[in-house]
Write a protein that binds this ligand. Structure first.
Ligand SMILES: NC(=O)c1ccc[n+]([C@@H]2O[C@H](COP(=O)([O-])OP(=O)(O)OC[C@H]3O[C@@H](n4cnc5c(N)ncnc54)[C@H](OP(=O)(O)O)[C@@H]3O)[C@@H](O)[C@H]2O)c1
Length: 275
């Protein structure tokens, strides 16, 4: 039990904070009383206490003082307000784990004078424990703290460690924003099904299941996507007709440009946070 006897505090108990609490408890990584949720909304805290049995405070410094792992799950624009308030209250051997998009580790270090920092980029499927998180750590993060980070992020799903913080901006564009691209494709396919004559419910079922099955099959088969695509593309067939239209519409270039735009935006926002 990696997190045995550890206390985790989450500053910011919104969507992602709750997803972490849920995942930690679902995986029985630690008891509810070892989790402290901190937020500005007392009503929100009451709900979390009632639902999960965790502790709650709206005093961030108090939460920070008890934490072995201090999760910063607030919006990036709140960091400049929150960090000075917890400075000097963090335990010397605590790990600070930030999921604030685009907020650089050096900025955190400068503001709280604590060098053991992990920065992570999760995504929304983390809310059901099926997320993908990319994370990195400062050199000062110990082996034990890395295990803590890996366990805490594991509450959201699968994770990938990278040793260069620059990859976090790329991750923001690929896995962070990734679900929005998938949902757009999903929506377009469902609408196309309705256009042909399926009920929305049936079309939705067929698209959801096709996406789920395709991903599971791709993972299990371990083949290049082009090979998998060729398997369902008979000469002169229906898939070939559809793929011709997708290629003609520049779908690959559009996807590539979209992800590149997200990457540039992520870097831009990161610079804006350098206040
Ligand atoms: N949601 C995602 O899919 C996703 C994916 C990747 C990364 N992230 C990152 O995860 C972080 C949290 O996102 P989220 O979607 O969970 O945001 P959220 O739902 O808005 O949760 C943040 C919570 O923190 C509260 N808060 C604001 N100021 C505070 C303060 N001074 N002290 C304590 N709590 C405070 C917020 O209250 P108010 O609502 O009143 O501000 C809110 O309840 C963000 O930095 C985001 O970039 C999110």
């Amino acid at each position: 039990m990696v997190l045995e006897n550890a206390t985790i505090a989450l500053i910011g108990s919104g969507v992602m904070g709750e997803a972490m609490i849920k995942g930690l408890l679902r995986q029985e990584l630690l008891p509810p009383q070892s989790i402290i949720a901190a937020d500005v909304h007392t009503q929100r805290g009451a709900e979390l206490v009632e639902h999960y049995g965790v502790r709650f405070t709206n005093d961030n410094a108090l939460a920070a003082a008890e934490a072995d792992v201090l999760v910063l799950s607030i919006k990036p624009q709140m960091m400049s307000r929150v960090l000075p308030g917890i400075r000097g209250h963090i335990k010397p051997d605590a790990l600070v784990l930030s999921i604030a998009a685009g907020y650089k580790m050096q900025k955190i270090i400068d503001r709280i004078d604590c060098h053991c920092v992990v920065r992570a980029m999760p995504n929304t499927p983390g809310q059901i424990g099926e997320g993908t998180t990319v994370w990195t750590a400062t050199p000062e993060v110990s082996e034990r703290q890395r295990l803590w980070a890996s366990a805490v992020l594991g509450a959201l799903g699968r994770s990938l460690y990278v040793d260069d913080e620059k990859l976090l901006d790329m991750a923001t564009a690929l896995n962070g924003s990734g679900p929005s691209y998938v949902f757009l494709l999903m929506e377009a396919m469902i609408d196309a099904g309705v256009h042909m004559g399926f009920s929305r419910q049936d079309s939705q079922f067929l698209v959801h299941q096709t996406m789920l099955g395709s991903v599971k099959y791709a993972i299990e088969a371990g083949l290049h996507p082009a090979e998998l695509r060729n398997q369902v593309t008979s000469p002169g067939g229906t898939s070939a007709a559809a793929l011709y239209q997708l290629e003609k519409g520049g779908v690959r270039t559009v996807i590539s440009k979209a992800i590149w735009a997200a990457y540039q935006r992520s870097r831009q926002l990161g610079e804006q946070n350098d206040d």
